[in-house]
Design a protein around this ligand. Structure first.
Ligand SMILES: N[C@@H](CCC(=O)N[C@@H](CS)C(=O)NCC(=O)O)C(=O)O
Length: 242
């Protein structure tokens, strides 16, 4: 039976981290809200129509038969071994999960650059705060997170240029998405990305060239970044790090 991915239609958003893993192995999956009555089906789950253990707080969530898995990192922890996108041993799986949870933290901070006060208010109503937040994000948080991921790849004893073990994992796919998203949202501030974070940049380039990912990126399934998603390009936020 096909996996069912539930996520808001019209944006890459957090769903994209899961999509990249499914696309890399050409898994059989349905992007539910892009299909007719899908939005209603997603809301039914969130409103508890399918019971307490099928009632995620927010998308993305994945349904695999009788199991509903919420949260990106949790979904990838679940899918990783099934899709062959994480080494099998427990130590590596926990390492990958920890890295993915760190990516989750970073994604929340990316979101807060354009919505630092309230997710429920318009960007235009929190623009000044967004500018201040973005300045601090670019100056302190991007170097801290990206520097960390860069050191992790460099310190990996397998020496293959991957985040975990000697081969591609779902963490590499997510790092690709972070690098792409940052250069969409902050092209000016991240113009030296490859120099500043050479290991992450190599992962990004390697992932981009994977045949199934390349095919996905040029397909209609890959929506363009836009100003409703997590990574938004507002030129006024794309500042030089002070
Ligand atoms: N920790 C969750 C975050 C999920 C999340 O924030 N989803 C957003 C869409 S990207 C949402 O719909 N949130 C609803 C809300 O926070 O009210 C994950 O990593 O999947």
């Amino acid at each position: 039976m096909a996996y069912e991915l539930y996520y808001w239609d019209g944006i890459q958003g957090r769903g994209e981290f899961v999509r990249l893993a499914l696309e890399e192995v050409r898994a059989d999956y349905l992007d539910v809200t892009r299909d007719g009555q899908g939005m209603q089906r997603m809301l039914d789950y969130m409103r508890g129509r399918h019971g307490y253990d099928h009632m995620p707080f927010a998308p993305p969530f994945l349904r695999d038969g009788d199991i509903v898995v919420p949260h990106v990192a949790n979904i990838l922890h679940y899918l990783g071994p099934k899709l062959g996108l994480v080494p099998k041993d427990e130590k590596s799986r926990i390492l990958a999960h920890g890295l993915q949870l760190t990516i989750t933290d970073f994604v929340a901070e990316v979101h807060d650059t354009h919505h630092p006060i309230s997710t429920d208010d318009y960007y235009e109503d929190q623009k000044d705060e967004a500018k201040a937040r973005s300045r601090a994000f670019l100056k302190h948080r991007v170097p801290k997170f990206m520097g960390y991921f860069d050191r992790i790849i460099g310190a990996n004893p397998a020496k293959g240029g991957h985040a975990v073990g000697g081969g591609l994992s779902y963490v590499d796919l997510s790092l690709f998405q972070l690098a792409e998203g940052l250069s969409y949202a902050f092209p000016r501030a991240t113009e030296n990305f490859a120099k500043d974070y050479p290991h992450v940049a190599k992962v990004r380039d390697m992932v981009r060239k994977r045949p199934n990912i390349e095919a996905y990126l040029t397909s209609k399934r890959r929506l363009a970044f836009n100003e409703s998603g997590i990574f938004r390009h507002y030129p006024e936020l794309d500042q030089d790090p002070a």
